[in-house]
Design a protein around this ligand. Structure first.
Ligand SMILES: CC(C)(COP(=O)(O)OP(=O)(O)OC[C@H]1O[C@@H](n2cnc3c(N)ncnc32)[C@H](O)[C@@H]1OP(=O)(O)O)[C@@H](O)C(=O)NCCC(=O)NCCS
Length: 215
């Protein structure tokens, strides 16, 4: 039997939420640790906290990591660090998350409990869907996109790289010939009802959602 070490990168609130999901998915045959390069403590919720160098120096036959950090730019940097060190990223799907048919989901995805990806959805690298979020049919999600809890992303929506969708936001469906687009790096505030496309880098909130820049 191989001797496996699984790291949850990020000993923060989200990391503590992801750890039990990973443990349930991987099972008892592995050893689980948090990885954190700035932690003051060396133990959290009964798991050791290692910095990345310590994680690399641990003597195991196999090592895998899930990045549990909400900041998408940090996720991208850490993914590159893992790649350079030949450490694979786990896709972590909570036992009660649901993915229906013909979806493509990139490396490093975290689907938290009660999330759903329906059918014919394409998702890039490093996607996080926090609890109770869904992505409906024919959506195309870029790399390092983050959904806070309870995001409702309806069909035919395209969300570009590094966009952040806040808690409880509702995104109106697009159509196959005219998807609703959330641009690269855009931020959708909690509780927003997004009825129109959002430009790259814009921050919108409210019902219906308006750009902060437009007041
Ligand atoms: C939209 C958002 C990005 C704006 O952040 P910000 O630029 O730091 O804005 P501020 O907190 O300075 O707020 C600016 C004003 O907008 C209001 N505001 C902020 N977010 C709002 C929202 N989502 N809906 C309605 N009004 C909002 C504030 O009350 C404040 O109003 P005021 O000027 O009358 O006092 C942020 O509030 C947000 O919604 N982030 C998502 C949070 C989230 O979902 N977290 C999940 C954690 S898992």
């Amino acid at each position: 039997m191989i001797n496996k070490l699984v790291g949850v990168y990020g000993a923060s609130g989200f990391g503590r939420e992801v750890m039990p999901i990973v443990k349930q998915q991987v099972g008892n045959q592995a050893t689980f640790v948090f990885i954190d390069d700035g932690a003051q403590d060396n133990e959290l919720n009964g798991f050791s906290i290692l910095n990345f160098e310590q994680f690399l120096n641990e003597n195991y036959d196999a090592k895998e990591v899930v990045i549990a950090i909400a900041d998408s730019k940090i996720r991208e940097k850490l993914a590159e660090k893992l790649r350079l060190n030949d450490i694979g990223q786990l896709n972590v799907f909570a036992a009660n998350s649901v993915t229906l048919d013909a979806n493509e989901i990139g490396d490093g995805a975290v689907l938290c409990p009660f999330t759903m990806v329906t059918s014919n959805v394409k998702i890039g690298k490093g996607f996080h869907a926090n609890i109770y979020s869904y992505v409906a049919h024919d959506c195309v999600i870029g790399d390092y996109v983050t959904f806070a809890p309870n995001v409702m992303c309806n069909g035919n929506v395209n969300i570009h790289d590094h966009a952040y969708i806040g808690t409880g936001a509702i995104i109106k469906q697009g159509t196959p010939d005219k998807p609703l687009i959330i641009g690269q790096g855009a931020v959708v505030g909690m509780g927003a009802v997004v009825t129109k496309s959002v430009k790259a880098g814009d921050v919108v909130f409210g019902v219906p959602a308006k750009s902060i820049k437009r007041g």
